[in-house]
Design a protein around this ligand. Structure first.
Ligand SMILES: NC(=O)c1ccc[n+]([C@@H]2O[C@H](COP(=O)([O-])OP(=O)(O)OC[C@H]3O[C@@H](n4cnc5c(N)ncnc54)[C@H](O)[C@@H]3O)[C@@H](O)[C@H]2O)c1
Length: 437
């Protein structure tokens, strides 16, 4: 079986590689020549645990190929996935220019039946537009070639993407075609051997499922952050509350951690895009609007605590930041809370020194020398007036507190992810601020 994966970013590269792992011949396509040249040399554009050896193995076994030429990738393929970016445009809607440009290219070059799948997160109605764009090109060519357009939203999460793809909770396929269904069943069978977790549905429902999933997860986070802020006012501890409610199986323990706000390439843009879709359809998604407001506010909570501690005078203060990526196990800095915190600290006159196990290169690419970059966590806290824990990488969980005492100007910590015990910190003479405790 042969497939083509167009867009070799986070989703395209992981999905393509995982399909290749099952024996499928995969060609990954991208317009970014440098990215493709690097991949051919074994250099990956992203950090994702376990991905590099898997790419290498499949390239060596002639199952995974990279090209900038979509046309070349089409020979003999049964399915082509569109996995390009869908960033927000000026008004917050998903910008479909890349998706539709790939659709037109497909229309210009297909020669035999194939299934075209939107793997990118796309608003309801996109499959129709993809179909129309392909048809327009076929009409221009004056040819009639059969094809199906189906929706296959992706649910992998950065940092654990391979595991998510190889052992999915579910695979959602939106299609109205028996033939497409058969191709998808064959392609995804190796991933759902234990439980047949392929959920077939109509196309608009599949497109909506992805947005509803991310919107629900973002809602859980904002809900807990809102409750956390109230906990602080009324003297409760959000970590106890979390344990108390998580034990209810209707609620569950996942995604109910209070923190410095959600970020990343998906939640912020998908929440925005869904709100936009509802507005355009004269429906107001009140819950989601509040979710977004709470998150914008939450990204400032750590900074506000620091500012208040120093009575609004941060000039000349040296602030250490542990963790820059939007979450652990990724170098993705898109919409990372750290960026908002850095902006505010620097604006207020502080010097910021950051450390992250993998995201420093990416951070530097985005904000340059706005902050200093440390060689390790202890280097970061040298002469610091305060430490802010922003991303909960494992290596920050059990620091050498004694060593840090000798390095920092004062024993002051702002724990943006509630990974330390306030009682311990107090016992050891630290001034500790958490979120919602
Ligand atoms: N990153 C995630 O965790 C995640 C998870 C699920 C779904 N998604 C969705 O998947 C889609 C892709 O996200 P991503 O994070 O992989 O994006 P990304 O920015 O990492 O990658 C997109 C790639 O598409 C390429 N591209 C753009 N136009 C192209 C074209 N015409 N032909 C070929 N390649 C082209 C870009 O060069 C880039 O390499 C988005 O819609 C996103 O919302 C992302």
């Amino acid at each position: 079986m042969k497939i083509s994966m167009v867009g070799t970013g986070y989703v395209g590269l992981v999905s393509g590689t995982c399909f290749a792992e099952t024996g499928v011949i995969v060609t990954c396509v991208d317009v970014d020549k440098e990215k493709i040249d690097n991949l051919k040399k074994g250099i990956l554009p992203i950090y994702e645990p376990g991905l590099e050896p898997m790419v290498q193995r499949n390239v060596e076994n002639n199952r995974l190929f990279f090209t900038i030429n979509l046309k070349d990738s089409l020979e003999g393929v049964e399915a082509i996935f569109i996995a390009v970016g869908t960033p927000p445009d000026e008004d917050g809607s998903a910008d479909l220019q890349y998706v539709l440009s790939v659709a037109r290219e497909i229309g210009q070059h297909i020669t035999e039946y194939l299934v075209v799948l939107t793997k990118s997160t796309v608003p309801i109605g996109t499959a129709k537009r993809v179909r129309a764009a392909i048809q327009e090109e076929l009409d221009k060519r004056g040819v009639s070639i059969p094809y199906d357009v189906a929706s296959n939203p992706e649910f992998l999460k950065e940092g654990d993407a391979i595991n998510d793809f190889l052992k999915p909770d579910r695979v959602v396929i939106g299609t109205d075609s028996e033939q497409a269904r058969e191709v998808m069943n064959r392609l995804y069978k190796p991933f759902v051997m234990k439980n047949n977790r392929i959920v077939f549905m109509d196309i608009p429902s599949a497109e909506m499922t992805k947005y509803a999933a991310n919107a629900m997860l973002a809602t859980k986070i904002s809900f807990m952050n809102d409750i956390a802020n109230l906990c602080e006012i009324v003297g409760a501890d959000i970590t106890s509350v979390r344990r108390g409610i998580g034990s209810d199986t209707r609620i569950g323990y996942q995604f109910i951690y209070a923190g410095a706000g959600y970020g990343g390439s998906c939640f912020p843009k998908d929440v925005k895009a869904l709100i936009k879709t509802s507005d355009k359809n004269n429906h107001s998604l009140e819950v989601l609007k509040a979710v977004e407001d709470v998150n914008d506010r939450q990204k400032l909570v750590l900074f506000n605590k620091v500012n208040k501690h120093f009575n609004g005078d941060l000039k000349g203060k040296r602030i250490a930041l542990w963790g820059l990526s939007f979450k652990p196990n990724t170098d993705d800095m898109r919409e990372a809370p750290a960026l908002v915190i850095i902006d505010n600290l620097v604006e207020a006159g502080a010097t910021v020194v950051g450390y992250d196990p993998v995201a420093m290169k990416e951070c530097k690419r985005i904000i340059g020398d706005k902050i200093e970059y440390a060689s390790d966590p202890y280097d970061a806290v040298k002469n610091a007036d305060a430490l802010l824990l922003v991303t909960e990488w494992s290596e920050f969980r059990v620091p050498k507190w004694k060593e840090m005492e000798g390095l920092m100007k004062s024993k002051l910590i702002f724990d943006g992810r509630n990974i330390y015990e306030p009682e311990d910190m107090k016992k050891w003479g630290w001034i500790y601020y958490g979120i919602g405790r």
